[in-house]
Ligand binder design. Sequence first.
Ligand code: FES
Length: 64
Amino acid sequence: MYICLCHGVTDTQIENAVDNGLETMKQLKDELKVASQCGKCCQCTKKVLNRKLMQIAEAQPSVA
Ligand code: FES
């Protein structure tokens, strides 16, 4: 699904970027240009970013 129409960025591209180590909106902006033009995709990008970071955190073995 397209998240950023200005730059044609999909949720899959954002998730792949997070898989490859990106963790912040600034990093996503620098790498994919997402949220760098009209800004309408900012909230949606944050949701995809946070969801993906949570998935990665939950997949980590707990240190107990
Ligand atoms: S839709 Fe992403 S910057 Fe416009």
